[in-house]
Design a protein around this ligand. Sequence first.
Ligand SMILES: [Zn+2]
Ligand SMILES: [Zn+2]
Length: 151
Amino acid sequence: MKIRLRCPREHCGGRVTAAMGSASATSVTCARCGSAVAIPRRAGEPAAALETCPRCGGREFFVRRDFPQRLGLAVVIFAALASCIAFALERMILTWSILAAAVVIDALLYLVTGTVTVCYRCRAEFEDAPYNASHHGFDLATSEKYGEYVP
Ligand SMILES: [Zn+2]
Ligand SMILES: [Zn+2]
């Protein structure tokens, strides 16, 4: 299992990923700004079914698709532009082929992506987290309970 954290530095927006269970690492350097991001010590302990967050102790999680949103968006924008050009050139079959290809690519991306488990409280993300039946999709009401988390 891996833990993914947002860089705590303001306006950085970088993300760090660390393998859980490596006792040696207690911090990871942010590739964007170079500041050290603390990895929780308890991350070294094996989490049977991820019931408490090793970082903040939160007990509620949601599961989301680890979908590369920028890539998905790029496919849609490219397809929209390309189909407009094809449409302007009155290539109707080409227009529909481009749109159909975009739909297929999007669906394939969705299929090949895994899921990440996210802590509602601190927004730490866990890759390859063990399956836990009590984790569901994102719930806005639960999320609002925690407000905006400031690390
Ligand atoms: Zn950073
Ligand atoms: Zn947490």
